[in-house]
Design a protein around this ligand. Structure first.
Ligand code: 5GP
Length: 216
């Protein structure tokens, strides 16, 4: 009986701060099976309501530097003066088991992942309906000072220019519609036929792979 290499897909999701990415990612992971959200490591201060190990792994700059040195991060970047990075072991462990992993990371990190994992990753950019709506959302969130909001809007303008480096763009105007669009992208990715010769011949839909195995 032949063996078929089974491996999950990295779903890289970027969005300007305040575009609703966290809510969207949580909804997506709740809506679909075989999908896990990677928990990033960060040196930023914990916000009210955030939990260590759930929202982020909150670490000191020394701990972050040690993780870089040990090659423990898949990618990392400095965002708004703090370091953020994706722990490598979680991602590799789940992908190897055929579980798709969502990375909720900034444009700099996404470009690093693209260089390393082009064939194993799908890149999605979440857009706010407009910059005015984005400003309103950041103000309503109430977690950032006026100066911080200004800074985040300037970064958003810059980041939105990178949308063409991504495979898909989803406008988060209506939350349900945006979740449906994201789910459709994940499902389509799972049904994709791999034309590369390596890896999974039938995309990552495990049921199809099982059927194929029975036939061999
Ligand atoms: P926040 O401080 O608002 O939670 O996140 C700020 C920015 O950092 C967001 O754009 C978010 O996507 C990004 N970010 C969070 N985790 C990571 C990560 O592991 N790597 C990179 N490159 N960016 C991240």
């Amino acid at each position: 009986m032949g063996t078929i290499k089974q491996s999950g897909t990295l779903l890289v999701i970027s969005a300007p701060s305040g575009a609703g990415k966290t809510t969207l990612c949580n909804r997506l992971v709740a809506a679909l099976p075989r999908l896990k959200l990677s928990v990033s490591m960060t040196t930023r201060q914990r916000r009210a309501g955030e939990q260590d190990g759930v929202n982020y792994l909150f670490v000191t700059p020394e701990q972050f530097r040690a993780a870089i040195k040990a090659d423990g991060l898949l990618e990392y970047a400095q965002v708004f003066g703090n370091f953020y990075g994706t722990p490598r072991s979680f991602v590799e462990r789940h992908l190897a088991r055929g579980i798709d992993v969502v990375l909720n990371i900034d444009v700099q990190g996404a470009l690093q992942v693209r260089r390393k994992f082009r064939r194993q990753a799908v890149f999605i950019f979440i857009l706010p309906p407009s910059l005015t709506v984005l400003r309103q959302r950041l103000c309503r969130r109430g977690t950032d000072s006026a100066a911080e909001i200004k800074r985040r809007l300037a970064v958003a303008r810059r980041e939105m220019k990178f949308v063409r480096s991504y495979d898909y763009a989803v406008v988060n105007d209506d939350l349900d519609e945006a979740v449906a669009a994201l789910s459709a992208i994940v499902i389509a990715t799972r049904c994709k036929v791999d034309k590369g010769g390596e890896g999974n011949v039938y995309g990552s839909d495990r049921r199809v792979v099982e059927k194929k195995r029975q036939r061999v």
